[in-house]
Design a binder for this molecule. Structure first.
Ligand code: SAH
Length: 236
């Protein structure tokens, strides 16, 4: 069945969340966000729920004010501490892949960073668990997410290589930093039918998807990407 066309004129789908006051003007206006959504659609993003959510989340609030004007370009941007907010197309592809058209209950977000990916997930899942190794980054992300009223997210400062054992199993795990090889503990923390997406590699990175089935793990190659490395240990 063909995906229904996305009606870009419709109001935000989450009326309980007062995003309108954060909409921004000029280069961070709704019109600018809509242009980004149109671009994602032409790049082959078809998950209408993901597009709707990305249409309403004010990405400009997750970057430094000086960069707000670039926040709806399809590029990664620096967020301090040598880290970046991922490129919108990459966020859309990863989120669509783990969603696989189904409602999500529990999701693990590895690498909170700016908190933008966590915001997108929080509107698509009942509960989001977000881990980060750089404490000041996560504190800033928490402040923005709180301001937006997104309160179904739990945070932890830890090394994402280990997932979040106490909160497992997850329907989906999304990791926004690249390990050299697949951390096996992440697969262990998935439900049956659960999906993991992450970049793997050093100079050359590939975006990989893993689906846990009753008989094993199905692996998908989703493209070549460029992410910051998944480092070891935490920085406080
Ligand atoms: N999802 C973020 C992307 C941030 S970039 C966003 O939407 O902005 C990746 C993040 O992963 C960085 O903040 C980096 O500090 C974090 N990171 C790197 N290695 C990590 C590890 N081992 N455990 C947890 N977070 C890690």
């Amino acid at each position: 069945m063909a995906e229904p066309a996305l009606d870009l004129t419709q109001k935000p789908i989450y009326p309980t969340i007062e995003f309108e006051q954060f909409q921004g003007v000029g280069l961070s206006s709704q019109r600018t966000r809509d242009r980004l959504i149109s671009r994602l659609m032409t790049l082959g993003v078809h998950d209408a729920e993901v597009l709707k959510v990305m249409r309403v989340v004010p990405r400009h609030l997750f970057v430094d004010e000086a960069m707000a004007g670039q926040s709806y370009e399809d590029t990664a941007l620096p967020v301090g501490y040598g880290q970046t907010i991922s490129q919108p197309w990459v966020v859309a592809i990863m989120t669509s892949w783990i969603r696989a058209g189904r409602p999500l209950h529990k999701v693990l977000d590895i690498g909170t960073g700016s908190g933008y990916q966590a915001a997108i997930l929080s509107l698509l899942a009942d509960q989001v668990f977000s881990v980060e190794r750089i404490a000041p980054l996560q504190i800033r992300a928490q402040q923005v997410l709180k301001k937006l009223g997104l309160n179904n997210i739990e945070f932890d400062i830890s090394d994402g290589h280990w997932g979040w054992q106490q909160k497992a199993p997850f329907d989906a795990i999304l990791c926004a930093a690249a390990p050299d090889k697949l951390p096996e503990s992440l697969l262990e923390q998935l439900n049956e039918g659960g999906r993991l997406v992450l970049p793997i590699g050093k100079e050359v990175q590939v975006l990989k998807g893993y689906e846990k089935t009753s008989t094993g793990v199905k692996e998908s190659f989703l493209g070549e990407v460029m992410f910051v490395p998944l480092k070891t240990g935490v920085e406080v």
